[in-house]
Design a protein around this ligand. Structure first.
Ligand code: 1GP
Length: 252
């Protein structure tokens, strides 16, 4: 069943083409700095706030950050969990994600089995997501024991995405890794869009309007940025990235 956050995202994609989401790593913020960042991001037109980070493990701190975010903005707060400790009862939704190219069953289905009853208990909206790590991969690749897909093998990324779709997952995330030097190439995003009808999220290493433009033109539905917002302390960079989505033709 499609819940209200998922419906909101799908409608916004339908209306606007490509949308932007802001990622906040709870380890790198205090509740008040997170709240300031989120307010700025919301004012610049970001569609939702995602909360998560590969090495973040304090659930009480996560709860404090998510509570502060909920009090500060109206846009949805979606958890982007790295582990069972990435679940907070105060969020609106959670990416119910499987790391499709992990070599460790824990990240494929193990942690999801542990987390599912908690998600139910907290009444969080689970949004099924196939998570695929590509290129350099960054910290998440090490933590998730992934076998990252090389950038010159877009057909392999497409095969992973198709498998995720056949499993019944409803979104695909091509993850280059937070803070990496080279974001997902257009050819790879295009190859995925060509084989699946699922909404495509692209993130990792996106820093400039020019990079955003290429990913929009490749057909991405959602672009996620985190690091660049921390580095640039907010507003101007978010506005540049969100604005650079407009006026570019998204491939269908
Ligand atoms: C990481 O894709 C996200 O999970 C965002 O990456 O921090 O490089 O923007 P950045």
């Amino acid at each position: 069943m499609v819940g209200s956050v998922e419906k909101y995202l799908l409608e916004k994609i339908e209306k606007e083409g490509t949308i932007h989401m802001t990622l906040i790593d709870p380890e790198k913020v205090t509740p008040s700095s997170a709240s300031r960042l989120a307010k700025e991001a919301e004012a610049c037109g970001t569609a939702a706030i995602m909360v998560g980070g590969s090495t973040s493990f304090s659930t009480s701190h996560l709860d404090d950050v998510v509570k502060a975010l909920k009090e500060s903005v109206k846009i949805p707060i979606i958890l982007f969990p790295n582990n069972i400790t990435g679940i907070s009862r105060y969020a609106d939704a959670i990416w119910f994600m499987s790391l499709i190219n992990s070599s460790d069953p824990y990240f494929l289905v193990g942690v999801q089995v542990l987390g599912a009853p908690l998600i139910k208990k907290f009444g969080l909206e689970p949004i099924p997501l196939g998570y695929i790590i590509v290129g350099e991969g960054g910290a998440v690749s090490v933590v998730g024991k992934a076998v990252p897909i090389p950038y010159n093998k877009p057909e392999l990324a497409a095969a992973h995405a198709l498998a995720a779709e056949y499993f019944g997952m409803r979104f695909i995330y091509l993850e280059a890794g937070s803070g990496v030097g080279k974001p997902v190439p257009s050819e790879m995003a295009q190859a995925v869009k060509r084989v699946t009808g699922l909404p495509l999220i692209v993130g990792g290493g996106i820093r400039t309007g020019e990079q955003v433009k290429k990913i929009v033109e490749a057909g991405a539905d959602i672009i996620v940025t985190g690091t660049v917002l921390e580095e640039n302390k907010g507003r101007y960079k978010i506005k540049e990235l969100v604005d650079s989505m407009k006026g570019h033709k998204k491939a269908r």
